[in-house]
Design a protein around this ligand. Structure first.
Ligand code: FES
Ligand SMILES: [Fe+2]
Length: 365
């Protein structure tokens, strides 16, 4: 067994270090392509741990910048989605899709700015990368290559979703009372489904394949790519349903696909490549996490598919998530009540390795 202390789940100083060395340095999930208007230029506003970020799409080109007006810092947009009209409501400065200033009313008279000075002005930009139908941003001035953060398997399998997602999707956000790391440790825990989800998830997926022979690796993490992974977690027990012929499939159509993307994104595809959930457990404070959850389905193969399967899945997923959240909120409560150490077994070696990595690369800095 390995002993890991609990301070990292509730102390502010640990959270500050995570903000400084993880969230503002790594690639983080931003949005999915179907969230943008298909017919005209549009934007999506996201609330990330490094601030509010506007993602714009114009002529298939994506840009990302902070939602903070260059004049006095007022938010430029407040709606989560919209057409590309970026005009700050305070004094009407307007911006182009790439974040450059477009117009300042009374520029010369009130601000002493001429046209050539205005053309040099731009909102603070972030780097943006598309992986399949998903977009990731990086707020560092000198971002690492995304290939350094996500290994080949993660990238190749994500890239299979390119152009595949349907424009019909569903989203919701809820605030949860636990540290963001606890829910990921739970997601990497292959024993808990048997006991925590006996009547939900375990009825649908055969988890015994991964349960019987845990792959044990006690080597320290040396590459960032080891913090994330893609896996096929057991075969679907249910017979293939009719909807599968009505929608495209990005993978084998059989396994439970799982992307665990460090730091805080989980993408499961329970039917092997048709239904996709994106779960972002966005860190808000040491003991608060906001789940931004979106459900996607692939493009239809014919003209009149039924979306009933999509809504049924939404209902089923809610049951499993709730079972996890009750357990993890229970852990958080005990931690804050003064429990100081946890004892992790062999099968939890990836959680141990990640915590040891955080000790070395984040908390000790
Ligand atoms: S703060 Fe945006 S125009 Fe003044
Ligand atoms: Fe679970």
């Amino acid at each position: 067994m390995k002993r890991i202390d609990y301070l990292r789940y509730h102390k502010q100083e640990y959270f500050y270090k995570e903000q400084e060395h993880l969230f503002s340095k790594l690639w983080i999930y931003a949005a999915a392509v179907p969230e943008f208007d298909q017919t005209q230029s549009s934007y999506v506003l996201i609330n990330s741990p490094i601030g509010e970020v506007i993602i714009t799409k114009e002529n298939d080109q994506f840009n990302a910048f902070y939602n903070k007006c260059l004049h006095r810092g007022h938010p430029i947009v407040s709606e989560p989605y919209g057409p590309l009209r970026l005009i700050c409501p305070y004094h009407c400065w307007s911006y182009e899709s790439n974040g450059h200033v477009k117009n300042i009313p009374f520029a010369e008279k009130m601000y002493g700015l001429n046209q050539s000075e205005i053309s040099q002005m731009s909102l603070k930009k972030l780097s943006i990368k598309q992986l399949g139908d998903f977009l990731f941003i990086n707020g560092d001035d000198f971002p690492i290559d995304i290939e350094e953060q996500f290994g080949e398997e993660v990238l190749n399998n994500l890239n299979k979703t390119k152009g595949m997602l349907n424009k019909t999707f569903a989203s919701l956000s809820i605030e949860l009372n636990f540290n963001w790391k606890l829910i990921f440790e739970n997601l990497r825990d292959c024993v808990h489904p048997l006991y925590l989800h006996p009547t939900s998830l375990t009825q649908e997926v055969d988890f015994f394949a991964t349960f019987k022979e845990p792959v044990i690796n006690n080597q320290p993490i040396t590459e960032l790519a080891e913090l994330s992974n893609f896996s096929r977690d057991g075969e679907n027990k249910l017979p293939p349903e009719k909807y599968k012929s009505e929608f495209m499939c990005c993978d084998d159509g059989k396994s439970y696909l799982n992307w665990l993307l460090f730091p805080y994104t989980h993408i499961p595809s329970p039917d092997g490549g048709t239904l996709f959930a994106v779960e972002n457990f966005v860190p808000i404070s040491p003991n608060k996490t906001r789940l931004d959850l979106s459900f996607f389905i692939t493009q239809a193969t014919g003209k009149t598919p039924s979306l009933a399967v999509f809504y049924e899945w939404f209902e089923k997923a809610k049951v499993v998530l709730k079972e996890d959240f009750v357990a993890v909120e229970g852990l958080q409560k005990q931690i804050e009540n003064g429990q100081d150490m946890q004892n992790l077994g062999d099968y939890e070696n990836q959680n141990v390795r990640i915590n040891e990595f955080l000790d070395r690369e984040v908390y000790a800095k």
